[in-house]
Design a protein around this ligand. Structure first.
Ligand code: ADP
Length: 163
C-alpha cells in the first residue's frame, strides 16, 4: 500500500529547519504532502499564496512532494481525506514538546488510525524558527544561513515595502 505522509505547518516563511525535516521525511513516504495550515494564534507576514510559492520553489528537487492548503478543516480530517496515515512534525528544543504532545494526543483521540511521527531537528537548526528569522530580517540582519536565497529575497522585499 502506498505510504502517504503529511507535514502541516504555518511556514511563515519556510526555513532551513523545515526543509531539513521535509528532506528527511521525504525518504519515509511514497507521497508526501506539505500542508499550509491555518494557525489561529499566528498572524502571518506572508499570504498563503506567497508561502505556497516559496515552499514549491525550495522543494522542486523532490518529485513526490505536493504543497496543499488546509483551510477551515482540522489537520486530522484533512489527512484522513487525503488517505495519509502519518502526520509528520519536527521537534526542536524542549519548548516544542508540550505543544506538540498536546496536539498529537488530541489528534490521536480524534482519529486513532492516524499516527503523528516526530523527527528531531539537527543540532544546527535547534534554535531556528520562522519568528526569529523575521525578527532578524526586519532589522536588516543577514538571514542567508537560515533560509533559501529565494526566501531571503522575499523577506527583504516584504520589509522594504513595509518601511
Ligand atoms: P506551526 O504553526 O504548526 O507550529 P511551523 O511552521 O512553526 O508551524 O512549524 C511546522 C513544524 O515544523 C512544527 O512541527 C515545528 O516544530 C517544526 N519546525 C519548525 N522549525 C523547525 C526547526 N528549526 N527544526 C525542526 N523542526 C522545526
Amino acid at each position: 500500500m502506498e505510504k502517504i505522509g503529511i507535514y502541516p505547518g504555518t511556514f511563515d516563511p519556510i526555513t532551513n529547519g523545515h526543509l531539513d525535516i521535509i528532506e528527511r521525511g521525504y525518504e519515509l513516504f511514497d507521497h508526501f504532502y506539505i500542508a499550509i495550515a491555518q494557525n489561529m494564534n499566528k498572524k502571518t507576514l506572508f499570504t498563503i499564496e506567497e508561502r505556497i510559492e516559496m515552499i514549491k520553489s525550495v522543494t522542486n528537487h523532490l518529485p513526490n512532494v505536493e504543497v496543499v492548503m488546509c483551510l477551515d478543516e482540522l489537520i486530522v480530517d484533512f489527512a484522513y481525506r487525503m488517505r495519509a496515515k502519518t502526520i509528520l512534525r519536527g521537534l526542536r528544543a524542549v519548548t516544542d514538546f508540550e505543544y506538540e504532545f498536546q496536539m498529537a494526543t488530541t489528534n490521536k483521540r480524534l482519529k486513532p488510525d492516524i499516527e503523528t511521527v516526530f523527527l528531531m531537528t539537527r543540532a544546527e537548526n535547534m534554535f531556528l524558527s520562522s519568528s526569529m528569522i523575521k525578527e532578524v530580517a526586519r532589522f536588516g540582519g543577514d538571514v542567508s544561513s537560515f533560509v533559501s536565497p529565494i526566501v531571503k529575497k522575499a523577506l527583504e522585499t516584504k520589509y522594504n515595502k513595509n518601511n
